[in-house]
Design a protein around this ligand. Structure first.
Ligand SMILES: Cc1cc2nc3c(=O)[nH]c(=O)nc-3n(C[C@H](O)[C@H](O)[C@H](O)COP(=O)(O)OP(=O)(O)OC[C@H]3O[C@@H](n4cnc5c(N)ncnc54)[C@H](O)[C@@H]3O)c2cc1C
Length: 470
């Protein structure tokens, strides 16, 4: 039976094997990774080429059909989930997964936007280089999604966010025009850097189809320590000491509270208690270098020795083997999974001026408890970047409606404290559907006005990812 209506036009233009219209087959594309959001769509399109993306967008634009770009669906703000309109078309990049080139002289990698981040990291590694963008969802998230959300991850401290790793972007505009900014130049001072507009745009300006990224030298040797700290203030002092002593070798400085460790020990198979006794919080520090493992290990041991002497940390485990290094990292990386196993929680991915973190943590807890007295707090994150995942869970024995009832007041409490300390309500994950209200409440109205004007230039018919960000 031939397809009717708009899906029929998509099939005609792109071929039946590129367009899914059967409602039961569309079903998996309608929810987000956490299962919090659910939407509707009349079709899912899975193009294999930039030309097919262009054809799809041109058709959708001509018929004013909303388009929801979809990467690996690991975003935590509902950005890749369609809204409740039955007219939506979900445009998945999963078939655009070709590495176009790797250059080990210019140190660049060019790839389709649908490539899985972990695969790109492995390909760079095989070529003797490093793609530093790394996050717990790297084996599902796509590089196009990483740029559309300006992802961060565990190496921001040394290499910056996704934005700082991007040299060029190819994208399709809503009218089907191809923006060819896929260059690998390190220097190009010819006016506005338009590719930057697509980075962090969450699919609201067009569809990223290709990316050119910077590569870095492969870090051949790593050394990791897990340090027990009694307070965020001590973690701050530890950061000052370690950065001063290790400079650019400092690759990661991650923090988590004892409550987070407890959750990982409870829910993650094989996770082991790292210290004889529990402490207020923990800092995971990684140093990395291109060569000389012994020197790196000695540097780490020396700096941790000083930290213990100066009582910046109460105890420390330095990894002696790769297996130990990985099991220390698991304690940090499995926190999100452990939270998922624990049940519903209210996530707040925020950033602060680093020196304000201790004061923020004290006053935010007070304020949150004033609206959700018995809640459980799970605070962890990329401390060295001033980025905290400030997650709030329901108390033991609370009724099922707890999250729905507390979501608004808790977010308001957290974001008010973020504003008070000069931070941002979204450090890494973007705005999506989740933070739209808060974004409009807390962002400078002039910034929003300029964003709306840019949106109008790229997407005058408003077909790109409606209901997200703006
Ligand atoms: C366990 C876990 C850990 C995580 N850790 C981190 C972390 O440390 N740091 C971090 O930054 N994030 C983290 N995230 C969030 C998530 O992985 C990132 O936001 C990631 O960059 C999303 O990529 P994706 O391909 O899954 O995008 P999706 O979830 O599919 O989409 C995200 C947004 O980008 C848009 N989009 C996707 N692809 C394109 C494209 N090609 N062109 C235009 N728009 C597009 C979508 O419309 C949507 O608005 C984590 C998520 C999980 C589940």
């Amino acid at each position: 039976m031939s397809e009717q209506g708009f899906p029929g036009k998509l099939v005609q233009a792109l071929g039946a094997d590129t367009v899914i219209t059967d409602p039961s087959e569309i079903e998996p594309w309608l929810t987000d990774w956490r299962g919090v959001y659910r939407g509707r769509a009349q079709a899912v399109v899975r193009p294999s080429t930039t030309q097919q993306v262009a054809e799809c967008l041109r058709l959708c634009n001509d018929h004013r059909v909303p388009v929801v770009p979809r990467g690996g669906n690991t975003g935590l703000c509902g950005g890749a989930t369609p809204d409740s309109s039955p007219a939506n078309v979900v445009l998945s990049l999963d078939r655009m997964n070709r590495i176009r080139s790797i250059d080990t002289i210019a140190n660049t990698l060019v790839a389709d936007a649908g490539c899985i981040l972990g695969n790109l990291r492995r390909a760079a590694h095989e070529a003797g280089r490093m793609l530093p963008l790394s996050l717990a969802a790297e084996d599902s998230s796509q590089i196009g999604g990483n740029l559309a959300t300006n992802a961060g991850g565990v190496n921001v401290l040394r290499y910056g966010m996704a934005r700082e790793l991007a040299l060029g972007i190819e994208a399709v505009l809503p009218n089907g025009e191809i923006f060819n900014g896929l260059q690998t130049l390190r220097k190009d001072n010819t006016g506005y850097d338009l590719k930057q507009l697509f980075i962090g745009s969450e699919g609201t300006l067009g569809v990223i189809t290709g990316v050119a990224l910077k590569l870095h030298p492969l870090m051949q040797v790593r050394a990791v320590v897990l340090a027990a700290v009694e307070s965020p203030r001590k973690a701050l002092e530890l950061l000052r000491l370690v950065y001063g002593a290790c400079g650019p070798r400092l690759q990661a400085f991650e923090f988590f509270t004892d409550e987070c460790l407890g959750l990982v020990l409870q829910h993650v198979e094989g996770a082991q208690q790292p210290f004889a006794q529990r402490h207020g919080g923990y800092v995971l520090i990684e140093l990395a270098d291109t060569a000389d493992e012994q020197a790196l290990q000695a540097l780490l041991e020396d700096v941790i020795g000083r930290a213990l002497e100066e009582e910046l940390c109460a105890d420390a485990v330095v990894s002696a083997t790769l297996a130990q290094l990985e099991s220390l990292w698991r304690l940090r990386e499995e926190i999100s999974e452990a939270q998922r196993a624990d049940g519903p929680h209210l996530k707040h991915d925020i950033s602060l001026p680093i020196e304000q973190i201790p004061a923020f943590m004290a006053s935010a807890e007070q304020r949150v408890r004033s609206v959700a007295p018995e809640c459980r707090l799970f605070v962890f994150g990329h401390f060295g970047d001033g980025n905290l995942h400030y997650n709030v869970s329901r108390p033991a024995g609370a009724d099922r409606d707890w999250a729905a009832r507390c979501e608004g007041p808790v977010a308001e409490a957290v974001f008010a404290e973020v504003a008070r300390y000069g931070g941002s309500i979204s450090a890494e994950h973007g705005i999506g559907q989740l933070k739209r209200h808060a974004f409009h409440h807390h962002k400078d109205p002039m910034h929003i006005r300029l964003m709306l004007q840019i949106k109008q230039v790229f997407d005058p018919n408003g077909i790109m990812n409606p209901g997200k960000l703006l």
